[in-house]
Design a protein around this ligand. Structure first.
Ligand SMILES: Cc1cc2nc3c(=O)[nH]c(=O)nc-3n(C[C@H](O)[C@H](O)[C@H](O)COP(=O)(O)O)c2cc1C
Length: 635
């Protein structure tokens, strides 16, 4: 199969920016939908029909912009997406945002190594969390510290002698870390006597207090013992290296961060859910990000001094609440009007500068503008599904690590050894933990850990290249994560595919064998010729139900599809480490050749993210240093 779908000669990347002229636009806010209640006259009916048509047209233009971005940032065998020609090291963005002069509140540190970490209620086993969550802990200085320590903190420093850099619990494409986080919480002893908004500073493992907020905010709107985490992205950090494709990677990273937060919260008996009724403007005001100046998006990529592109784009807001809380609703309309007043709070700290010079990749900002979500205020929108246990077929595959051991030891494999094999049961077990719904259920609703953080039905599937799984023929397989899509997938893929359940596959695992073949070379070439895609036990491409989702729900689903792939990627990283091997996210792949291999035409399904799982090769030239206290450099 491999050679059949590949061009005989694979050209080298050209990576040469072609600068088109595109219309110039201002960075503006999306208006929140307004509702009229007066009785209509003929002309007001005409007006409202026209207004509706205009709104519909605007929505379609936004979807068109998301699609244009997506197609323009595809890598092809002959042409990589536009990016810088080489790296401008003098302007490498500082990976640590600070709010200068905001009070710095240190968080607590925790032991990471055995035998200090015993398996107790405080340190549950990784695999146990997929069955049930422990009883909820109260919010305290200690539990909040633990949440960040096990999700977004530094995990190590690395040095070769010539260069030194930090790594984090959450992964990031190119280790560039565009993702920032905010804690919005009620008063917490030893942190703040008033409810507050704070920025998380991972290098210091501390909170930067940005504002205190009205005392009624939490009791009026949220269940007891709950708080919020806001996530934002600095596109420039990722664009510095990856140019136009960077917007995709920032959103993968948001998904990884959501997954990391959901897992760390689960350890504390806390459930998490996106507060996705909020609009972009609400998020911006809640996190205090409205102070970044607006800028005029240029009509083409431009190099120069653009400090304004170091702004933070608010992505999402996560509600963290005690597992098992009684059902509750969120009054987005009232919340939004309260949050509107946050602009008048006293915001502390001035954002630091990250680079002296920049390249403004205009399409990123134009697309970020088009995919901003408006406020949606339907009642009953906030649904928390009951916690569902994931499927289990091989508990013994897990090596008995605690959750902290798994999340803090997670590392991307730079190379895979090409020899490690996985047994079939372990493979099936890993895939069972990648499914959105509980065991025995039809897969669609996202109700298992950590997918339950997401507020939509699963839209992402996985096409899997099995390379080294004992008891399974090498070949192409497909994991259907939303079984409502099964027939559509069968129709959309090559007619010669088998769609047969493989031998020994658990009944509740919707895994299908499509074709038997040695796909190692194929997988490697499709993932930008990277050996990691062929030298592991398996690699995969995450296939999103793409254009229908954007057309039906809106352009704002575009980043969300990437978030879903990031959460799935986070599970793959953790599963690999929990069974004693490793994994690596793969953002670099040739989009349309992957679609061609599967038989996808048009944009109904699109590959958004690749991944590899296997035995890592450790680079002995790189020395590891503890995360805290780190060397005193900005790396
Ligand atoms: C969205 C995403 C895309 C990535 N793409 C690649 C890739 O194409 N090739 C690769 O070798 N590593 C890739 N990585 C791995 C990152 O380089 C790695 O996460 C980063 O260097 C930090 O190291 P860590 O994961 O060990 O913390 C990717 C990671 C993420 C999160």
């Amino acid at each position: 199969m491999a050679s059949k779908f590949l061009p005989s000669r694979l050209p080298l990347p050209l990576n040469s920016p072609r600068f088109h002229r595109l219309p110039s636009t201002n960075k503006t806010m999306i208006p929140i939908a307004s509702f009229s209640s007066s009785s209509p006259s003929a002309s007001s009916v005409d007006n409202s029909v026209r207004k509706q048509e205009e709104e519909e047209e605007e929505l379609q233009e936004k979807v068109a912009q998301a699609l244009t971005y997506h197609h323009q940032t595809k890598h092809g065998f002959a042409n990589y997406a536009r990016g810088p020609r080489g790296l401008d090291w003098a302007n490498q963005p500082n990976p640590f945002r600070r709010y200068i002069s905001a009070p710095l509140l240190p968080l607590l540190h925790f032991p990471t190594d055995r035998p200090i970490v015993a398996v107790t209620d405080d340190a549950p086993l990784y695999s146990s969390l997929f069955h049930s969550l422990p009883p909820p802990k109260p919010i305290s200085h200690s539990t909040i510290s633990q949440l960040f320590f096990d999700s977004l903190a530094l995990s190590a420093w690395k040095t070769t002698g010539f260069s030194t850099w930090s790594l984090r619990v959450n992964p990031s494409s190119g280790n560039l870390h565009p993702t920032e986080a905010y804690l919005i919480a009620p008063p917490i002893q030893s942190i703040s006597d008033s409810p507050f908004v704070a920025h998380y500073a991972p290098k210091e493992h501390s909170l930067e207090l940005r504002a205190t907020i009205p005392s009624g905010f939490f009791p009026n709107f949220f269940p007891d013992n709950s708080f919020l985490i806001g996530i934002s992205s600095i596109f420039w950090r990722e664009a510095w290296k990856y140019g136009e494709r960077a917007f995709r990677y920032c959103n993968h990273d948001v998904g990884h961060a959501i997954g990391a937060i959901a897992m760390a919260a689960a350890t504390l008996g806390w459930d998490v859910k996106l507060l996705d009724g909020f609009g972009y403007k609400d998020l911006e005001q809640l996190m205090g990000l409205q102070f970044f100046p607006d800028f005029k998006i240029p009509s083409r990529p431009i190099k120069g001094k653009f400090p304004e592109i170091e702004f933070e784009h608010p992505d999402c807001l996560i509600l963290v609440f005690p597992n098992g809380s009684n059902p509750f609703d969120v009054n987005y309309k009232e919340l939004s009007s309260v949050v509107n007043e946050f602009t008048n709070l006293e915001w502390k700290g001035k954002s630091n500068s990250l680079s002296k010079e920049h390249i403004c990749w205009d399409i990123i900002y134009r697309t970020a503008e088009a995919v901003k979500k408006p406020l949606t205020i339907q009642k009953g929108e906030f649904l928390v599904d009951q916690f569902k246990s994931s499927g289990i077929c091989s508990e013994n595959s897990y090596k008995g690590f605690t959750i902290r051991e798994v999340v803090r030891k997670r590392r991307s494999a730079v190379d895979m050894d090409g020899v490690t094999v996985m047994d079939r049961q372990t493979f099936y077990q890993i895939l069972l933990h990648c499914l959105p719904s509980g065991k025995g259920e039809k897969h669609r609703r996202q109700s298992t850990l950590p997918f339950r953080a997401l507020s939509w039905d699963a839209e992402v599937h996985a096409a899997i290249f099995v390379h080294r799984v004992i008891g399974l023929p090498k070949g192409l397989y497909f994991l259907v994560r939303n079984e409502d899509h099964l027939e559509e997938l069968k129709m959309a893929t090559r007619s010669e595919f088998k769609w047969e359940k493989p031998e020994g596959c658990p009944d509740d695992l919707p895994l299908y064998e499509l074709a038997s073949s040695d796909c190692r070379e194929l997988a490697k070439h499709l993932s930008c010729h990277q050996d990691i895609a062929s030298d592991g036990c398996f690699s995969l491409g995450m296939m999103a139900h793409f254009e229908p989702t954007l057309s039906e729900k809106g352009a704002w689903m575009y980043p969300r599809l990437f978030w879903e792939t990031g959460v799935l990627g986070q599970v793959l990283y953790l599963e690999a480490h929990a069974v004693g091997i490793s994994a690596t996210g793969i953002g670099c792949f040739f989009d349309d050749p992957v679609h061609e291999l599967l038989g996808f035409r048009g944009s109904k399904f699109q590959s958004l993210y690749h991944f590899t799982v296997g035995g890592p090769v450790l680079d002995k030239r790189i020395m590891s240093l503890p995360a805290y206290p780190g060397p005193s450099i900005d790396a």
